[in-house]
Design a protein around this ligand. Structure first.
Ligand SMILES: [Mn+2]
Length: 432
């Protein structure tokens, strides 16, 4: 006999993987653990007749020849498989998306770092040209959505989106998915928030009101970032960090939220090996006690405050400009040559305007190409000074929808911040 089994505390990815694997291994029995997340249980209560699942207690362990493990790679994550773990002759296949190495010794191991395990199995179905029914497609897509935070978690890959696209083609029902996926703020999140609030303490860190909370959780809890945002607002601090220790996975998830422009939690999280941007960041720290993570976090805050990202770190210089009398056709040639979408117009050292490709589009008659740039440039130039925070500069770029922002010091243009600099800031891309 062959059996498929997902991890206990079955979530939608686990259930989707279980159902998809039993389509892939036609002779296998799908084993549903007894511990099932409430929203999955609610889904099953409606869809009971469509999926046939077995309970492990009704299966004689000695009759099992092949065990197919989905969405897990450690024995501790499985329920009731003690007798099977001791069988050296058992053939085991593992299909999993968790990046950590497991302790299940498999003959076939399909383990890839994807947003959801369901993606891996859906890809296998696609490869075999097996078309799921709309109800199956709905379940598979719910699995992918749940594990990727609706395709927004950083762990999401292009393959998750391709699998999701295929499932939509198979008529997965988004209305159903919306109703079955639990809202991110539910009773469990509320309980966590209340627990955090009960222990909340504030510290003063170099003029910022900061709170660092700590809490133990079991396994993946969705919506924690939302909880941290609410926590920060309610206790009214500039910056909040919460260290969630996941007892199951022996790791701490640090989530930070900042309401102060000048305090960049993403930069702090980068020092802990994570990432993010000024207002929001997170980091995963493995095999460290929360007290240790808190000490490390305090050190990171100290180090980061000594070297915040400055406007001067982001801006480009020296600044290339064109003189006000340059003809438009020459300006176009300069822009093309440099590959810029716009440039400042400078009369000697004095900034008098900005010309952009958008302005070139305004030229209607042939004769206008001989006109000087000063006739077409925008004169109302928005600038920043090095004293502004990077976040303020970014806000100006976005608010005025402009492509570049000259940086002015002592009435001289010392640099320019462009949209691509902004992208480097937001997405933490490495400039070439
Ligand atoms: Mn999963």
């Amino acid at each position: 006999m062959q059996i498929v089994i997902p991890h206990k505390n079955v979530d939608f990815d686990a259930l989707a993987s279980l159902a998809a694997a039993s389509m892939l291994y036609e002779d296998a029995k799908a084993v549903l653990p007894t511990s099932v997340n409430p929203n999955v249980r609610a889904f099953l209560s409606i869809h009971k007749d469509i999926f046939s699942f077995e309970a492990l207690k009704n299966i004689d362990p000695d009759s099992v020849e092949r065990l197919i493990v989905v969405d897990a790679n450690r024995w501790a994550r499985l329920e009731g498989t003690g007798p099977l773990a001791k069988r050296p002759d058992l053939d085991i296949h593992v299909w999993d998306h968790h990046p950590e190495a497991g302790d299940i010794n498999a003959s076939v191991r399909r383990q890839e770092a994807l947003g959801a395990a369901a993606t891996l199995l859906v890809e296998a179905l696609m490869g075999k040209r097996i078309q799921p029914s709309p109800i199956h497609a709905t379940l598979f897509l719910a699995g992918i959505y749940e594990d990727t935070g609706h395709l927004t978690f950083p762990s999401t890959t292009s393959r998750d989106l391709r699998a999701a696209a295929f499932l939509l083609e198979m008529h997965a029902d988004l209305k159903v998915i919306q109703s079955i996926l639990r809202p991110t703020y539910g009773p469990r999140q509320k309980e966590i928030l209340f627990h955090l609030l009960a222990d909340a303490k504030r510290i003063n860190f170099k003029g910022y009101r900061v709170s660092i909370g700590r809490m133990d959780i079991e396994g993946h809890v969705p919506g924690l970032a939302e909880v941290v945002s609410m926590y920060r607002n309610i206790i009214n601090v500039d910056v909040a960090f919460v260290i969630f220790r996941d007892m199951q996975k022996d790791r701490c998830m640090v989530i930070g939220r900042s309401g102060a422009d000048s305090f960049d939690v993403g930069a702090v999280m980068r020092l802990l090996g994570g990432g993010g941007h000024a207002g929001a960041g997170s980091a995963m720290v493995k095999s460290a006690p929360p007290e240790g993570v808190e000490v490390w976090l305090m050190e990171a805050m100290r180090d980061y405050r000594q070297m915040p990202v400055q406007i001067s770190d982001l801006m480009s210089f020296p600044v290339k400009s064109v003189p006000p009398d340059m003809q438009m056709r020459e300006v176009e040639a300069v822009l093309n040559h440099l590959g810029f979408s716009g440039m400042p117009v400078m009369d000697g050292e004095k900034l008098v305007g900005i010309i952009s490709r958008r302005d070139l589009g305004k030229l209607t008659s042939h004769g206008q190409w001989s006109s000087p740039v000063k006739a077409f440039m925008s004169r109302n130039v928005i600038t920043v000074t090095p004293g502004h925070s990077v976040a303020e500069a970014m806000r100006v770029l976005v608010k005025h929808d402009i492509g570049r922002l000259p940086v002015i010091q002592n009435e001289r243009v010392i640099g320019i911040i462009s949209r691509s600099d902004a992208m480097i800031y937001y997405y933490d891309l490495i400039p070439e």
